[in-house]
Write a protein that binds this ligand. Sequence first.
Ligand SMILES: NC(=O)c1ccc[n+]([C@@H]2O[C@H](COP(=O)([O-])OP(=O)(O)OC[C@H]3O[C@@H](n4cnc5c(N)ncnc54)[C@H](O)[C@@H]3O)[C@@H](O)[C@H]2O)c1
Length: 433
Amino acid sequence: MKIAVIGTGYVGLVVGACFAETGNDVICVDKDAAKVRMLRRGRIPIYEPGLEELVRRNRQEKRLTFTTRLPEAVRKSEVIFIAVGTPTGEDGSADLQHVLTAATEIARAMNGYRVIVDKSTVPAGTSELVREVIRRETTHPFSVVSNPEFLKQGAAVEDFLKPDRVVIGATDERGARIMTELYQPFTRTGAPIMVMDCASAELAKYAANAMLATRISFMNEVAMVCDRFGADVDQVRRAVASDRRIGAAFLFPGVGYGGSCFPKDVKAILKFSADRKYRFRILEAVESVNEAQKLRLLEKLDRHFGKSLEGKRIGMWGLAFKPRTDDMREAPAIPIIRGLLARGARVQAFDPEARDVAKRIFGGKVTYSRSAYDAVKGVDALLVVTEWNEFREPDFRKIKRLMRAPVIFDGRNIFNPQQIRELGFTYGSIGRP
Ligand SMILES: NC(=O)c1ccc[n+]([C@@H]2O[C@H](COP(=O)([O-])OP(=O)(O)OC[C@H]3O[C@@H](n4cnc5c(N)ncnc54)[C@H](O)[C@@H]3O)[C@@H](O)[C@H]2O)c1
C-alpha cells in the first residue's frame, strides 16, 4: 500500500519505518526542515533501539522517503497517518491545533478517496472534528479512522512490530477493511485487531495510560506507608505482583512518572471528563501523588544536609524520563535539578543518551559528565534518577574512592541496601528500610 505519515517524531518515524518494513511504500512528512534533512542523510534525530537500522534498510530499498512537502505525499498515498504532537494546552486539555492543521492540509491536497488515520493521542470526539474539517475542504470521498498508538519509548519498534492489540475506530466498512489489511502482518501471532466506534478507540488509549499512571502512583503511596512501618516495598511488591489478577508490570515505586505521554494524557482525561461534568477523582490523586513524588530525593537530601546545599556538589545518574530513550519531556530529573540549583548545589550529571537534550534545557548550569564514574568525582552525594541497566552493577569501591562523601539516594531502588551499607555508604531509597 502507499502510505504517508504526517509528523516524524517518536511515533511517526517508528510507524513509518515499520510499515515500510512490511513492504509498503511510505512517505514520512515533517514540517521541521532540519529534521527531514537529517533523515535524508540517513541520520536519526532521536534515540530508539533498533530504529536506525530499520530506517537505513528501508531507505536503501527505497520504500521509505522523507519530505517537507505534505501535498505531494498526500497525492501519492492512499492511507495518511496523522502522528503530530498533541501537547497540553493552557487549560490542561490536549491541544489539537497540529492535528487539525494537518487534517486541513491533507484535505486541500486530496485528489481522490483517502483513509485519514488519527494516530496521535486525541480526546474522544476528535475524529468527528477531523471529519468536519476535511468535509469543509474537499468534495472527494474519505474515511477517518482512529488508530491510537500503544508503543512505549525504549521498545517502540518491538512494540509496533509485535503489538498486544491493534485498536481501530471506524465509522465505515471501507476504512476499517483497509486498516485491518494494513495491520495483518503484525498480528499473525494472534494479537487481536479490535474494530470499534471512534470514541471508544480514542478513550481506550487514555484509559490505558491512566491505568498505568495509577499503578505507579499507587505503588509510590504504598512505599510511603512502608516507610512509616519499616516495611520493605520490594517484598510487598513481589507478593502483590504474583497475584495473577494484578500482575507485575508498572508496580515499581520511584521518583514519579514522566515522559511525553502519562503526564499530558492524565491531564487531558481530567479536563475532557470535567468538560462533560464528570470529576475523575482517582486521576486527580494520581497526578498530585506524582507531583509530590518527583521531590522525594530532594526531601532526602534536605534531611541529610539541611536546607542549603551551598558549596555541595551532587552527582546524578540518569536524566531521561526512563531508560533506553533520550527523551526528557516531563522527566523527574528536571524538577530535581531545578531544586538542587535553587539550594545552591553544583550538579554533575551523566546519562548514556540524554546529554544533548539536557544541554538544551539547562545549558551551562549543569556539568555533563562523560561516564557514570566521572559524575561521582568529588561529589557529596549521588542521586540515581533513571534506572539504566549500566547503573545496576557498578564498582562501589571505586565509587566510594571517587566521591567526597559516600552518600547515595537511589530513586529507583536499583541497589541492594544491605550490601551497599556494608560497604560503608549512607544509603536511602524509596520505601525500603
Ligand atoms: N512518544 C510516545 O511514546 C507516544 C506513544 C503513543 C502515542 N503517542 C502520541 O503520538 C503523538 C505524537 O507523539 P510524538 O512523541 O511522536 O511527538 P513528537 O513531538 O516527537 O513528533 C511530532 C512531530 O510532528 C511534526 N509536526 C507537527 N505538525 C506538523 C504538520 N502540520 N505537518 C508536518 N509535521 C508536523 C513535528 O515537527 C514533530 O516532528 C502524540 O499525540 C502522542 O501523545 C506518543
